[in-house]
Design a protein around this ligand. Sequence first.
Ligand SMILES: CC(C)(COP(=O)(O)OP(=O)(O)OC[C@H]1O[C@@H](n2cnc3c(N)ncnc32)[C@H](O)[C@@H]1OP(=O)(O)O)[C@@H](O)C(=O)NCCC(=O)NCCS
Length: 110
Amino acid sequence: MIQRYRNRDHPAWDRAIGIEGAASIDYLLGQEADRGRGLGSAAIAAFTDDVFAAYPDVAVVVAAPQQANAASWRALERAGFARVWEGLLDSDDPADAGPAYVYARPRPLP
Ligand SMILES: CC(C)(COP(=O)(O)OP(=O)(O)OC[C@H]1O[C@@H](n2cnc3c(N)ncnc32)[C@H](O)[C@@H]1OP(=O)(O)O)[C@@H](O)C(=O)NCCC(=O)NCCS
């Protein structure tokens, strides 16, 4: 599962992330046996390219993994994202409860 959305369509999340012109992605590999084989990194990289193609107004793609979820943030790093923030997100979602990182990949230059 992988999904995308413009942050401005979700004002509370947009405020929590605080990056203008951003779209967020969320992802998971449903079968545990599929994890740790490079699929997540490849999917995130390809999907991020597709977000930029589909949403010409989006300047940067972001994701906010928990700091404890090394597989998630390392997959982001392998997909070309850089860590831009760390701390506790102002979010009501229990999935965001612990210390988090924000990762970002800006739109590539033409
Ligand atoms: C997060 C997820 C999508 C990553 O996809 P993946 O295919 O498992 O990751 P990859 O095989 O592409 O590996 C990416 C990096 O994470 C590392 N990694 C993989 N599993 C790991 C684990 N359990 N602990 C620590 N690092 C791990 C890999 O070694 C690799 O890092 P490297 O380049 O430094 O070697 C997948 O693990 C998953 O679905 N997890 C459960 C759901 C989830 O956490 N979703 C994200 C919520 S923010």
